[in-house]
Unconditional design. Structure first.
Length: 117
């Protein structure tokens, strides 16, 4: 998987929600508050479909701070999926609409407590 960070956490894989980073740029002025908190403008949160409780990968580069929405999946569940896929590589391909649909079809219970968006 191209947008997967395998090293950041020992028990979880972090998967970026978007493959297009810096394709379109929106610039809005925000102010840092107490405890290093900022509020993202609603026009941006609506545009990229983020909401309260979502998780972000925070990157610092050349004096700038960049946030990338991510979904965090348990490492053991994705490793099980990788093994199932490897074992069935010669079978016809199936296209899933979501990771959750794929997990359900493979018989992997991915409860809400396991997924951290």
């Amino acid at each position: 998987m191209r947008n997967v960070d395998k090293n950041a956490h020992s028990e979880y894989y972090i998967i970026r929600k978007s493959e297009q980073i810096f394709n379109e740029v929106s610039v809005v002025l925000v102010e840092m508050r107490a405890r290093s908190q900022i509020t993202l403008p609603s026009e941006i949160t609506k545009k990229i479909g983020i909401q309260e409780g979502d998780r972000f990968e925070v990157m610092e580069r050349d004096g700038g701070v960049f946030l990338c929405p991510v979904v965090v999946y348990p490492k053991n569940k994705l490793e099980k999926v990788a093994k199932i896929i490897k074992d069935h590589e010669k079978e016809p391909s199936i296209v899933y609409r979501s990771v959750e649909d794929m997990f359900n079809d493979l018989g992997i219970n991915l409860g809400d407590e396991d997924v951290q968006s």
